[in-house]
Design a protein around this ligand. Structure first.
Ligand code: SF4
Length: 264
């Protein structure tokens, strides 16, 4: 996570010295679509995946010497903030919030800060959901799991080669997290973006649903239509899936053991 000498300094030294700071891409004070109820959404900067259909490419670089460019052409600067600064920033909306959702980029790229933010938010009465691509091994971070209200896990593709072609990274940790979080009851939601032609959606949905059933998980499985709006120019001509495909995949997920399936 420390990419440059400056980055190391900004995150703080050994415990007890400078306060821990996270790289924050942006904060949304209220959202009704990032978990149950109204939530503040904290976008952490940096992601080790490079998904073809990424809608937030400006949040991918861990450190930006110059502003990142959003797909709409606007500049985006990450900020260094302590968890206290993040929570006081959303504090004025406290009365309207059920909790926070920590996302990215990929929030698991800054595990110490994620853990501290979740603990502080819980202490402030704002339970935190973790929205993650699953690249961090959460079994190795019991403090994060204990502090989190739950996890929303992305599964881009079941097959490792397809996953690598789609994201530039393997999926061993994603599949491990699926089993671990589902079995421990910490998985709130599993999500797959359905982008025709980029991976075998049937195999992914079937295998993922069977994994949820094997673990006895009641987590809902959200199937998300690929939407070309907001993605990088090279991918804007990719067609979104039609209704028939989404209905077929939804039925397949239910038949394969997913307790609840949602199509958006
Ligand atoms: S995991 Fe999310 S933020 Fe990272 S590249 Fe993929 S879509 Fe973008």
């Amino acid at each position: 996570m420390a990419d440059t000498p400056d980055a190391t300094a900004a995150q703080g030294g050994p415990a007890g010295e400078a306060p821990l700071r996270g790289r924050i891409a942006k904060i949304l004070n209220t959202s009704a679509v990032d978990g149950p109820g109204n939530r503040a959404v904290i976008f952490l900067q940096g992601c080790s995946f490079d998904c073809a259909y990424c809608h937030n490419p400006e949040t991918r670089p861990a450190i930006t010497a110059k502003p990142g460019l959003r797909p709409d052409g606007k500049e985006a600067w990450p900020r260094w903030m302590t968890s206290g600064q993040v929570l006081s920033s959303v504090g004025r909306y406290r009365a309207f919030l059920r909790g926070i959702t920590v996302t990215g980029g990929e929030c698991g790229e800054q595990p110490e800060f994620l853990q501290e933010l979740l603990r502080d938010a819980r202490a402030a009465g704002l339970p935190g959901l973790v929205d993650t691509n699953g690249s961090l091994d959460y079994e190795a971070w019991p403090g994060i799991v204990a502090a989190a209200e739950g996890f929303m896990l992305d599964l881009k593709a079941w097959d490792t080669d397809e996953h690598r072609a789609l994201t530039g990274a393997g999926n061993a940790s994603v599949l491990k997290n699926l089993d671990f979080l589902a079995a421990s009851g910490a998985l709130y939601e599993l999500r797959t973006v359905i982008a025709p032609g980029l991976f075998d959606a049937e195999a992914t949905v079937r295998n993922a649903s069977e994994a949820l059933a094997r673990a006895g998980s009641k987590a809902r499985y959200k199937l998300i239509r690929f939407r070309p709006q907001g993605v990088r120019a090279a991918w804007r001509s990719l067609p979104p899936p039609d209704d028939a495909l989404m209905e077929r995949l939804s039925a397949l997920a239910a038949d394969s053991g997913a307790a609840e399936v949602v199509v958006v």
